[in-house]
Design a protein around this ligand. Sequence first.
Ligand code: SF4
Length: 163
Amino acid sequence: MDKILVSSCLLGRPVRYNGAGKRVESALLDLWREQGRIVALCPEVAAGFPTPRPPAEIEPGKQAEDVLAGNARIHERSGADVTVQFRSGADIALATARSHDCRFALLTDGSPSCGTSFVYSGRFDGVSREGKGVVAALLSQNGIAVFAENQIELLAEALDRQI
Ligand code: SF4
């Protein structure tokens, strides 16, 4: 039975930059948890960031794939460069997914790590733009299908097709 890598904030764990969780109420998630299929991970905490922590964004005009290629940076609002730590979190996420044979991940959209369809502008102005976070991009590049928290039904369908 396929295991699923899940952003731990979606399970209610208070690991987000602001010290909160982002729990998703879902019968499917409850079922997968009962089935022992959930592999929970917060890549940023795993990389050593404290909680709470300053928000960080991928630099304007660049994508997570550029960060992974070494051609873009991730900064905190102060200007502090946290690219290395974010890259470390992505590497940990991939290693964790592989160690559990996860072919699917359910990730928190909008995060510079876990975002699957959008991230923020890089200007700390609250404006979103299309793109992935570095975790979602690295997992995708390595054949792991990523889904946002509003795509749980789609993930369930994808899992069903694997049976
Ligand atoms: S890195 Fe991912 S799991 Fe951790 S708080 Fe951010 S969105 Fe949630």
